[in-house]
Design a protein around this ligand. Structure first.
Ligand code: ADP
Ligand code: MG
Length: 728
């Protein structure tokens, strides 16, 4: 083995699980580092507390005087918990989190120093953020962006820093982040869903979207990862032959967790508890060294923040345990990739899950209302929903026979499909008393029972109803959930607004009773949304054909998928719902399309470098050994040597052939890159990267992986799949 690889493997094999402090009772440390409601009650005056509460529940403004009080209380709490710095914590369009730390420490006259944190510093900051992506919103010579406190997500201490969740906007008011549009989308769904929920319960005054994400990831020993420039620079392997043992045996899923991984998980969970991230489930995933972590669901904005924070914490805790955590959607070819299921529902301030049927027919009708409206929204905006999860890395996973395809469809199961069929046959206009009774008893009334034993599951569906929530499964493991959550909540909000109007019209103009009006509108929605419902095998070729007949979009690549983001109707939708204006929509598109190009560009450089600097030189070294051998045979056997040296000479030729292909591939790829980089149009550039550059990876990889099999293991310097995936 090459020294580098040998050292890496030895180091990895010799590692012991770190000693993690014995888990304290989880509930006793939960939220200890969060300035949550209980702490606000304790630290704030009643006036300040009421002001924050009202900002959270009603979106009212907090005046500067009160902000000073809150800042001072936050500072006292933070100092009492060993914090020395504070930061505005935000989510720029890179998808990661950003922070710039300032010390509380200030000097005052007479060489003295104090700890200070004023309302101004809490409420607003101006990070020097000119290098964050902005998609043309804010030119660097113009005004800078600023971050503004989001009181709906609690401040927390991470390490020794008080982190204040903020939105990031330009001075002209446009959102430069993921959170601002999400908050606006959540406001839109709150308004729209509350209005509709009032049909069923007048006391509903607020509806929260809820989100429970399930984070999948790989853990790779840090030394092994470090021996792979592709993993370090791109988060995935660009080369590497499949191991003799892959996941054929299905022996990893839900298997026992290795001790070193367990130590990492316990450490991570302790951190999560302190930070108030309610993690609950942990288990092995399908692929070797792949795992999943899921929390209890929360209000969507908080859940999004918690997921972003978690990814950051995981990175740090993993490093401590000498692991590299991979969030990439497809780190290993031929091995299952990772996703991040987004479980989504709507919950009223009265504690009712609107996607869970209650015990009475009326609450079941409420369930049907929200259920069918969601289906209709997804049907009308399937392409936009697909775009919300588009990225270069997720493209590698979608449709790869392990993850949902790039076609959005909804799975609802046989029994609920039956209910919709029944509803579709409801008469138009007024309902006879018999029909009403029949509906209540035999259609709507049966739903709770149906869902009680609803074991119907379909893992191939990108958007599945799972008993009391929808599960958006096409979201990538690396993604910031804010993007898909903004789109989903916006389209459902728009749909619910339309629904309310139609029902009210039937009540006012056609003099229908409320439930009659609702049945009438839902019936039409069911008819209009049929093409999106699909319970079959989403991975099959038959579905690709069927979806085409149904005119569902099937955008396999990100540049293709993103086009809908700047469609006129999309812009109108976001403007109507006050989620984003045209500038913001277009800016996001620009950032995303550029991001795609950059990702592929970086990967292309890395695969070119590894092929030329690692693979080819190693192949040549091995060739030299073979040449020596052949020369020796010639000395011994004289002119007859060809017979005994046949195999060696054959391998020599094979190696030369692979080297030639690799070299040509890299050279051609570089030339194409130069040509494509000159294209002015961002979409054309991205498409060309996808269509022209990506295929070179396959050629280079194919020949490199063949060399990996041919060349003496002693010489190969890159950690192999079997080492990366089977060292715990
Ligand atoms: P699985 O999908 O693996 O069978 P569960 O059904 O228990 O597991 O839930 C998966 C995820 O769904 C969890 O993260 C959970 O918090 C979340 N979840 C459950 N109920 C809701 C809800 N009402 N809204 C949003 N997420 C939810
Ligand atoms: Mg799930």
């Amino acid at each position: 083995m090459s020294t580098l690889r040998f050292n890496a493997v030895t180091e990895a094999l010799n590692r012991k699980p770190l000693n993690v402090l014995e888990d304290v009772k989880r509930s006793s440390i939960f939220g200890k580092h969060v300035f949550d409601d209980a702490k606000m009650r304790q630290y704030l005056t009643k006036e300040a507390y009421d002001s924050v509460r009202s900002a959270i529940t009603k979106g009212t403004k907090i005046d500067r005087g009160i902000a000073d009080q809150i800042a001072s209380a936050m500072k006292d709490w933070a100092l009492g918990n060993n914090a020395t710095h504070y930061t505005h914590w935000f989510q720029p369009l890179t998808g990661a989190t950003a922070e710039k730390h300032d010390a509380f420490f200030e000097t005052i006259e007479g060489g003295q120093a104090i700890e200070q944190f004023a309302g101004d510093q809490l409420v607003q900051q101006e990070p020097d953020a000119s290098s964050f992506p902005h998609g043309g919103i804010r030119n660097t010579f113009e005004a800078r962006g600023y971050t503004a406190w989001d009181p709906t997500s609690s401040a927390f201490i991470y390490g020794t820093t008080l982190c204040i969740p903020t939105i990031f906007v330009s001075y002209t008011g446009e959102a430069l982040d993921y959170k601002a549009p999400l908050l606006r989308a959540l406001h839109a769904i709150d308004e729209a869903a509350t209005d509709v929920a009032k049909y069923f319960d007048k006391s509903v005054s607020k509806v929260n979207a809820t989100l429970g994400w399930e984070q999948e990831y790989f853990l790779i020993d840090a030394s092994l990862a470090a021996s792979r420039p592709d993993i370090i620079l791109t988060g995935r392997t660009l080369l590497g032959h499949a191991p003799a043992k892959g996941q054929q045996l299905d022996d990893h899923y839900f298997g026992s967790i290795p001790p070193r991984v367990m130590a990492f998980m316990r450490d991570l969970e302790n951190e999560c508890m302190l930070l108030g991230i309610p993690v609950k489930t942990r288990h092995n995933e399908v692929a070797p060294n792949q795992f999943e972590l899921a929390p209890i669901f929360e209000e969507a904005n908080l859940a999004v923040d918690h997921n972003s924070l978690l990814m950051d914490v995981m990175d740090k805790v993993a490093k401590k345990h000498h692991y590299e955590v991979l969030f990439h959607e497809k780190p290993f070819a031929g091995i299952n990739g990772s996703g991040k299921h987004n479980n989504w529902s709507l919950q009223t301030n009265t504690g009712v899950n609107l996607l869970s049927p209650g015990k009475t027919p009326m609450s079941s009708l409420q369930f049907l209302t929200f259920f069918i409206n969601t289906i209709k929204a997804v049907n009308e905006h399937e392409e936009l929903l697909r775009a919300s999860i588009a990225s270069a890395s997720n493209d590698m996973r979608l449709g790869a026979n392990e993850a949902p395809p790039a076609i959005i469809s909804i799975f609802i199961g046989e029994q609920l499909s039956g209910v919709l069929d029944d509803l579709e046959n409801v008469s138009k206009g007024k309902l006879s008393p018999q029909e009403k009774t029949e509906l209540k008893l035999n259609v709507v009334g049966k739903i709770p029972e149906i869902l009680l034993d609803n074991t119907d599951r379909n893992r191939t569906s990108p958007f599945a109803f799972t008993g009391n929530k929808f599960e958006f499964r096409a979201v990538g493991s690396k993604a910031n959930c804010a993007n898909p959550m903004t789109v989903l909540n916006t389209i459902v909000a728009k749909q619910l607004k339309g629904f309310k109007k139609e029902v009210d019209d039937l009540i006012d103009k056609k003099k229908l009773k409320k439930d009659e009006a609702i049945f009438n509108v839902l019936r039409e929605y069911i008819k209009a949304s049929k093409r999106i419902l699909f319970d079959g095998d989403g991975y099959s070729d038959a579905w690709q054909r069927e979806a085409k007949l149904r005119k569902l979009s099937n955008n396999a690549s990100t540049p293709q998928a993103l086009q809908i983001r700047i469609d006129r109707e999309t812009i109108a939708l976001f403007e109507q719902m006050n989620v984003m204006n045209e500038v913001e929509v277009k800016a996001r598109y620009e950032v995303e399309i550029e991001e795609y190009t950059k990702r592929v560009q970086i990967e292309s450089r890395v695969i070119g470098d590894i092929a030329r600097n690692h693979v080819v030189p190693t192949a040549i070294r091995y060739q030299n050994t073979l040449i020596e051998n052949v020369r020796g045979l010639k000395e011994v056997y004289g002119t007859d040597f060809r017979k005994v040296a046949k195999e060696q000479m054959d391998i020599l030729e094979q190696i030369s052939d692979h080297i030639a292909h690799i070299n040509k591939g890299v050279t051609d790829m570089i030339n194409e890159r130069k040509r494509i980089n000159k294209l002015k149009d961002a979409h054309k550039r991205a498409s060309a990267y996808g269509q022209v550059i990506l295929p070179f990876f396959q050629t280079i990889r194919y020949h490199s992986d063949k060399l990996e099999l041919l060349i003496d293991d002693e010489l190969w310097s890159l950690s192999k799949y079997r080492e990366l995936l089977y060292t715990k």
